[in-house]
Design a protein around this ligand. Structure first.
Ligand code: DGL
Length: 436
């Protein structure tokens, strides 16, 4: 009898331990199970578990974004120089810190904008997409073209950089929890946390409010206010403004009729009007909380300055006291490079000085809509229709209504290709070297 009691107590403890270990979020639980069911990486969004049993230091670094905007973060990674490469000391030496590392970039272009899934009530689907992005980087599976059979020779990665603010906001914790559950020692860095660290490092004695400009979904998650509160002991007031169209407009999406300048003016104006209702400290810092916004930094700063000086009919300046005359601008991309460097160093994953990365060149991938998947609906540009895109629900991490193929500079929408060529020279060079 006593023995039976002991067994029952043990079983109860085991059950409690299992429940405590299994994630409460079904999206995360399904992604974990999906991988555990495919340890050979033989399904979409899975990886070869054995790839992570050896020394990971010579593997490339994975970077993903909802599209091409994250190439701004890759540019920052490729040009970052804050350390002496030989000694690791915190002193720029004129040599990019990640010069000998290689990157694998993935832009989930077919499923973007990520920033609009929240308003469509589809954050679970967004979380599933983000976990699939991470699994793609970890895995070997890719296709040469949309109708080709999958190949299994993409290198796995030792680190995941979530270059997308929206994806960091909604998926950083999931990706970390999943990699932990899978038992793989990769590091994961997210652009939102990094931005908050950058704010803490550069804010100095400023006491004003911080304006975060981002997508609607990033703002809805409150990821920036939370990360800022965590990073700064005397957390400043944070005013957020999410745009549903600015990122697309910067990329030159023909569906957006207003210019980027018009959208920026409207968004900054809306943010200031909101603040005018209960004015606090003047805004003295702006966080560029979306991958695309560093490309329009001067327009954003210009809009704050113009509106600060704007006169109403009675000659007053309604926004004059809401904005400081000097703005500190925080670009989280730069600080993501800093966080990545530190994370690789502290986990012993930097490429050893006498070694070469196992991958000769950077590799670039992009998702495209898959006509072979039953039910996919296409718009006139060959992308998924908005109804199809935002009508989907989480539940099948292995679905392949989009597939992942190499990114070719010349096959990007001309405006996006032009942005890369003119504004992201290190990335453009790397794409050319890759033959793309
Ligand atoms: N990459 C996204 C971000 O940084 C912007 C584009 C999108 O909404 O997908 O939040």
């Amino acid at each position: 009898m006593q023995r039976l009691g002991a067994i029952a107590i043990l079983a109860l403890f085991l059950a409690i331990a299992l429940v405590a270990r299994s994630p409460t979020n079904p999206v995360l639980a399904r992604a974990i199970e999906h991988q555990l069911a495919h340890p050979q990486g033989d399904a979409a969004a899975t990886f070869v578990l054995a790839d992570y049993a050896d020394d990971l230091r010579t593997l490339p670094i994975g970077v993903f974004d909802s599209g091409v905007g994250g190439l701004t973060v890759l540019e920052a990674l490729k040009t970052f120089d804050a350390h002496d490469n030989a000694t690791g000391a915190a002193r720029a030496d004129g040599v990019p810190d990640f010069r000998d590392e290689r990157f694998i970039y993935f832009g989930d272009q077919a499923n973007m904008p990520y920033g609009n899934y929240g308003a469509a009530g589809k954050t679970d689907f967004l979380r599933e997409l983000i976990l699939k992005d991470a699994a793609f980087l970890l895995g070997r599976r890719w296709r040469e073209s949309v109708d080709a059979a999958p190949r299994m020779d993409k290198p796995p990665v030792k680190a995941i950089v979530i270059a997308c603010n929206t994806a960091t906001a909604w998926g950083l914790d999931d990706v970390r929890a999943a990699t932990k559950a899978w038992g793989i020692p990769v590091v994961t860095v997210g652009v939102v946390e990094a931005g908050a660290h950058g704010l803490a490092a550069t804010r100095g004695g400023r006491t004003g409010a911080v304006a975060v400009l981002a997508t609607k979904a990033t703002c809805a998650s409150n990821a920036y206010p939370k990360a800022i509160t965590k990073a700064l002991p005397n957390a400043p007031e944070v005013a957020q403004r999410g745009s549903g169209s600015l990122a697309a407009s910067i990329e030159g999406d023909p569906a957006v009729r207003e210019t980027s300048e018009q959208i920026i003016d409207a968004e900054v104006r809306a943010l200031l009007r909101e603040r005018a209702k209960s004015p606090g400290a003047p805004i003295d810092t702006v966080v560029l909380g979306c991958t695309h916004y560093p490309l329009v930094e001067s327009e954003i700063v210009g809009a704050f300055a113009r509106l600060r000086a704007e006169k109403a009919a009675d000659g007053s300046t309604p926004f004059g006291t809401l904005v400081s005359d000097k703005l500190l601008v925080v670009d989280p991309a730069h600080w993501t490079a800093q966080d990545l460097w530190r994370s690789l160093a502290s986990s012993g994953l930097r490429l050893p000085a006498d070694s070469k990365c196992g991958t000769e060149r950077d590799l670039f991938f992009i998702s495209v809509a898959n006509p072979a998947w039953s039910g996919t609906q296409f718009d006139t540009h060959g992308g998924l229709t908005s109804d199809f895109k935002y009508g989907r629900d989480a539940g099948d991490p292995g679905r392949e209504d989009t597939v992942i193929v190499p990114m070719w500079l010349d096959r990007l929408p001309p405006s996006a290709a032009n942005l890369v060529r003119t504004r992201l020279p290190a990335v453009a060079t790397s794409l050319r070297e890759t033959g793309h």
